[in-house]
Design a binder for this molecule. Structure first.
Ligand code: N01
Length: 495
């Protein structure tokens, strides 16, 4: 079979992949494809169809540059609306013809002699000058190895692999985990189930969400006056930047903790239950969750708050103190393989597989490029996550970096760029220095930390600082190689 060549191969058609595709088209770059293993685009917003799934950042800040949506129906849109928005981006920005749906990338190997990525998919081989991994870090469900896991008789599923046909009515449902997914799922199903047992190992930190529908008049005005829409975004951006301060300045963390205690007091009357729901770690150490209905759901008579899950039996889940809670359905809201997601096993650069280079402790230059992996760009790479604002703003800074690299390659006839190990080490040291004394490294266990306990997920600064540091492509931080004659010419992608 002939091997097709493109300038850029993007892997993943979620916000990162679609955002990259839209931007490449804006830059007049037409030679690219987006490989997507699923039959539809959408990434986490296609996959997370569990009851209650919604965004926990205001939607006006959770949209891509160039495709504003004045029409969000609520402050915090729900999954179907966000998924529909992404589909609209694909249609309006002409991305459809670049999509290769139901194409799983099995391997991507850097060929140094030809200076191309050799990409094997289950439906044919490709080469590309540049590889963009936009597979996301919150995509691969993590199910903890609880003894007896395989013995459960009823349906057992992860929130990110929800079965919309599963009827929970009159069922006894055991939910393991109390992170962002559980906090949305539990109140959505509690009224319908016979009994819900919530297995909580560590109490989450909750603040009020104050979600509301956005009226027709408001939406019309935002549609008519783009400046008003911009102003709403700017205001939200500013508020979120201010909300980031307590995470980084311990002296301000008390304010956040006080707001969280006040929210708990207002919603849970029983002092014993309140005590159990009070976090024992510094504000923001684990992700701060927004919910107006989680605590009220937990206080309902058909809900039991249990401790950690210690064992699973065919018809029950046993908590750490030995109490067995009968269950017909088992729901894992237990998070994702953040630092060891499977795609890193499939990327092979100069120095071997990315998974072997990282070994559970991912690092990257400006969170985006990795020494030993020329022309590889990671959207949502290490230390590009956020606890206080929209991660789309971070992705867009990374996409700016990619576009800067492509422009530099064009301008100077370069075949490849790869971060200098010293530049990468300096960036990682900068991140570590900024992480010191922040709430993320204050001693709790969270998905932000890698196997060594290093903050490998969160950018420990403001969004503005990230954009200033990451958006520009700085040639002196890269080793560049000139193009050779042998290289295939990039083809435009035809529909
Ligand atoms: O996962 P998590 P999530 N026994 O890793 C518990 C994003 N997101 O899917 O805290 C018992 O936060 C674990 O307990 P503990 C968002 O970035 C966004 O909820 O480790 N429990 C914890 O309670 C979010 O942060 C939206 O003690 C076990 C839970 O499982 C990220 O996704 C919505 C256990 C895992 O929480 C992940 O959220 C949803 C065990 N063996 C998610 N192992 C938006 O709104 C784990 N747990 C955009």
């Amino acid at each position: 079979m002939p091997v097709s060549h493109v300038r850029v191969a993007i892997v993943g058609a979620g916000f990162g992949g679609i955002g990259t595709a839209a931007r490449l088209l804006d830059e007049g770059i037409d030679s690219f494809v987006v490989f997507e293993t699923g039959e539809q685009i959408g990434g986490v917003w296609r996959d997370n169809v569990y009851p209650g799934a919604a965004c926990d950042v205001e939607s006006h800040l959770y949209e891509l540059r160039g495709t504003p949506n004045p029409d969000w129906s609520r402050w915090f849109a729900r999954q179907p609306e966000i998924w529909a928005y992404l589909q609209r981006v694909v249609a309006e920005r002409g991305i459809g013809r670049h999509l290769r749906l139901a194409h799983t990338v099995e391997h991507a190997t850097w060929d140094d002699a030809a200076a191309v990525w050799r990409i094997e998919t289950d439906r044919g081989d490709w080469t590309a000058d540049v590889l963009v991994s936009a597979v996301g870090v919150l995509a691969e469900p993590r199910i903890p190895r609880i003894p007896g896991l395989d013995t459960f008789d009823g349906p057992a599923l992860h929130t990110a692999r929800w079965d919309p046909d599963l009827d929970l009515g009159r069922q006894r449902v055991a939910v393991i985990g109390t992170g962002a997914s559980a906090v949305q799922f539990v109140p959505a199903v509690q009224p319908d189930v016979e009994r819900l047992t919530l297995f909580m190992r560590t109490p989450p930190t909750l603040l009020a969400r104050r979600d509301r529908p956005l009226g027709h008049g408001w939406r019309q005005r935002l549609g008519r006056w783009p400046a008003a829409k911009q102003a709403v975004r700017a205001a939200l951006y500013g508020v979120h930047e201010a909300q980031g301060l307590p995470f980084r300045a311990p002296e301000l963390a008390g304010v956040g903790a006080w707001l969280a205690r006040r929210h708990l007091r207002a919603q849970v009357a029983d002092p014993a239950l309140r005590r159990r729901l009070t976090p024992g770690y510094r504000f923001g150490c684990k992700r701060v969750l927004l919910s107006d209905d989680f605590y009220p759901a937990v206080t309902q008579p058909n809900v039991t708050l249990a401790g950690g899950a210690a064992e699973i039996r065919p018809d029950a889940v046993v908590e750490a103190d030995g109490t067995a809670h009968p269950a017909d359905v088992l729901v894992f809201a237990t998070g994702f393989h953040v630092h060891d997601f499977p795609f890193i096993d499939r990327i092979v650069g100069h120095s071997g597989r990315l998974s072997e280079v990282w070994r559970g402790a991912p690092t990257a230059h400006v969170g985006t490029t990795v020494a030993g992996f020329p022309n590889l760009f990671l959207i949502q790479g290490p230390n590009t996550g956020l606890g206080h604002s929209s991660v789309i703003l971070m992705m867009e800074a990374q996409i700016d970096h990619l576009v800067g690299a492509l422009a530099a390659m064009d301008a100077h006839g370069l075949a490849s760029v790869e971060p200098r190990p010293q530049a990468q080490a300096a960036f990682v040291a900068e991140v570590d220095r900024l992480s010191e004394g922040t709430t993320w490294t204050s001693g709790c266990d969270s998905w932000y930390l890698d196997e060594s306990g290093r903050n490998a997920a969160i950018w420990p600064g403001s969004v503005g600082a990230f954009r200033r540091r990451v958006a520009p492509f700085v040639p002196s931080e890269y080793v560049a190689r000139r193009a050779t004659e042998a290289r295939p010419a990039a083809a435009a992608v035809t529909p």
